[in-house]
Design a protein around this ligand. Structure first.
Ligand code: MG
Length: 206
C-alpha cells in the first residue's frame, strides 16, 4: 500500500511534504522492530505517513492528542481554524477529522488513537517503542513533558523525531529546539541529518 498523496494534500496540518516523506521512510525502517508513537495527531496528516509505513510492516501506530487544539489554535489566535470548532460545545475538536483521515487512509487496523493528554497516556506505559514523533504542544513545558514521558521508552536504535526545530528565533518558537538540544546533551542520542524543521535523533545502543 502506497502513500495516498491526494489524501495527504487534502488533510489539514502543518507538515511539509519533504518532512512527511522522511517520516514515512524512517517509520518504514523503525516499524520492523516495534510499534511507533506520535504526539500531536491533529487531523492526521503525519498519521498517514507514519501509519502507512507501520501498516506495510504489520506494526502499530499509537497516535496521541487531546484534540482540544493547542494554545495558538484557539479562537482569536494565529492558527485558529473555524472548521475545527465543535459548534455545540463551542470548542475545538479535531478528533472527528483524525477519525475520518484514518478511515480514508485505510489505517483502521493500524492506528490506535489515544484521546488524552500525553502525560496521562505515558503514566503506566510499558511497551518499548521503535519511533517517537513529538509534535504536540509547542510550549517548553508541553514539549519537555512529551520528551520525558516518551523518550525513555525508545528501543536501542529507535528514533526520536521532533518537529518544528527553528535555530533562528525569528522563524519560529524555540521550545522544540530547546528539547532537541537537551536530548542531545543527555548523550543518549546521535544526531541524524535534519530535514527542514524535522529533527532526527537516534537512540544509541550501549
Ligand atoms: Mg508541527
Amino acid at each position: 500500500m502506497d502513500l495516498d498523496h491526494e489524501l495527504i494534500v487534502n488533510t489539514k496540518g502543518f507538515l511539509d511534504p519533504e518532512e512527511g516523506q522522511r517520516l514515512y521512510e524512517i517509520a518504514l525502517e523503525a516499524s520492523q522492530k516495534g510499534p511507533c508513537l506520535e504526539i500531536g495527531s491533529y487531523c492526521g496528516k503525519s498519521t498517514i505517513y507514519l501509519g502507512t509505513a507501520c501498516k506495510q510492516n504489520g506494526s502499530v501506530l499509537f497516535s496521541i492528542d487531546h484534540h482540544r487544539g493547542s494554545e495558538e489554535q484557539q479562537p482569536g489566535e494565529e492558527y485558529f481554524d473555524p472548521d475545527l470548532m465543535d459548534k455545540k460545545r463551542h470548542r475545538i475538536d479535531t478528533f472527528p477529522f483524525l477519525r475520518e483521515t484514518i478511515e480514508k487512509a485505510g489505517l483502521e487496523d493500524t492506528v490506535v488513537p489515544m484521546v488524552c493528554k500525553s502525560a496521562l497516556a505515558g503514566r503506566q506505559w510499558a511497551t518499548p517503542l521503535a519511533l517517537v514523533f513529538i509534535d504536540g504542544g509547542h510550549s517548553f513545558e508541553d514539549a519537555f513533558t512529551d520528551y520525558n514521558a516518551w523518550a525513555p521508552h525508545l528501543l536501542p536504535g529507535g528514533y526520536l523525531l521532533i518537529h518544528d526545530i527553528f535555530e533562528d528565533p525569528k522563524k519560529g518558537g524555540q521550545a522544540p529546539f530547546e528539547v532537541y538540544k537537551l536530548a542531545l546533551a543527555s548523550g543518549l542520542f546521535k544526531e541524524q541529518p535534519r530535514i527542514k524543521t524535522l529533527g532526527v535523533l537516534r537512540r544509541q545502543s550501549f
